[in-house]
Design a protein. Structure first.
Length: 259
C-alpha cells in the first residue's frame, strides 16, 4: 500500500498520458494495417493533424470545450473518459499494491481491459492481439505476483477458457447459433490467468447478471425479441476490475452466502 500524495499525483498524471495512448490504440487497432504510431494524432472528422497543445490529456479537451479547433465538430467523450479511467485505475493500483512488480502487472492488465471494453463496444470483437498475449503475460506475471500464486493462475487460465467454452458449446447445441464469441472465452482465460481461479465464480456471476439486465433494457426500445447482440466483453472486464480492488469483500460475501 502507498498513500504518499506525491506518488499518487504522479500516478494520476502518468495514467492520463497512458490513457491518451490507449485512445489511439482503441481507434486504430481494429483498422486493417492500423499503426499506433503513424500517422500522428489527427481529428477523426477533418483529419487535421493536432499540434502538441491540442494533444494534452484532459486539459486539451477542457480548453477546447470538447470541440475540434479546426472543424468545430464535437470530440468524442470517449477520449477524456478513457484518460480519466486510466488515471483513476493507475492511482488505485499504486495505492493498493505500492510501487511493485505486482502493481506493474496489474497496470498492464487494466490498460488491456480498457482497450478491450471500448473496442468490443464499437466493433463487437475482442482482438486476439490483446487477449492471447494477455493470457501468457498473466501466467508469467503470476511468478512475481504477490496477489495470485502461479498454481491459481494456471488453474484460472484453464478453467476460465474451459468454462466459457463449455457454455458456448451447450448454447450452440441448444439454439444452433453462436451466443458467445470466441473472444469472450479468450478474455475469461486472460482474467483467470491474472486474477486466479478464485475470481471466476464472481466474474461469471456478476457479468451475467449485469449483462442480462442491460440486455433486457436495450431490447425494450427495439422490440426485436431475444436476439439483440450486446457485447459481453465490457461486463467481464468490469467484473474483473471490481474483483481486483474488492477481492476481500467479494470473497467474504460469497462465503457468507454459501455457508
Ligand atoms: Zn476536426
Amino acid at each position: 500500500m502507498n498513500n504518499d500524495p506525491l506518488i499518487l499525483a504522479i500516478s494520476i498524471l502518468f495514467g492520463a498520458i497512458v490513457g491518451s495512448f490507449l485512445n489511439v490504440v482503441i481507434l486504430r487497432l481494429p483498422e486493417e494495417n492500423g499503426s499506433v504510431v503513424f500517422p500522428p494524432s489527427h481529428c477523426p472528422r477533418c483529419k487535421t493533424s493536432l499540434s502538441w497543445f491540442e494533444n494534452i490529456p484532459l486539459l486539451s479537451y477542457l480548453v477546447l470545450r470538447g470541440r475540434c479547433r479546426h472543424c468545430h465538430n464535437p470530440i468524442s467523450l470517449q477520449y477524456p473518459a478513457v484518460e480519466v479511467l486510466m488515471s483513476v485505475l493507475t492511482a488505485a493500483i499504486v495505492y493498493r499494491f505500492g510501487l511493485s512488480v505486482t502493481a506493474a502487472g496489474y497496470f498492464l492488465f487494466c490498460a488491456a481491459l480498457l482497450v478491450i471494453i471500448w473496442i468490443d463496444i464499437h466493433h463487437q470483437i475482442i482482438p486476439d492481439v490483446i487477449s492471447l498475449p494477455g493470457i501468457g503475460l498473466g501466467f508469467c506475471f503470476s511468478f512475481f505476483n504477490s496477489f495470485v500464486s502461479w498454481q491459481d493462475s494456471l488453474i484460472g487460465l484453464l478453467a476460465g477458457g474451459g468454462i466459457l467454452y463449455a457454455i458456448a458449446l451447450l448454447y450452440y447445441l441448444l439454439r444452433k447459433q453462436e451466443g458467445m464469441g470466441g473472444g469472450d472465452i479468450k478474455l475469461l482465460a486472460m482474467i483467470g490467468a491474472f486474477l486466479g481461479w478464485q475470481s471466476l465464480p464472481f466474474v461469471i456471476f456478476m457479468s451475467s447478471i449485469t449483462g442480462s439486465l442491460i440486455g433486457l433494457l436495450a431490447m425494450i426500445p427495439q422490440q426485436k425479441g431475444g436476439n439483440t447482440r450486446i457485447p459481453f466483453g465490457p461486463f467481464l472486464s468490469c467484473s474483473a476490475l471490481a474483483y481486483l480492488f474488492f477481492r476481500k469483500d467479494i470473497l467474504r460475501l460469497f462465503l457468507l452466502y454459501f455457508q
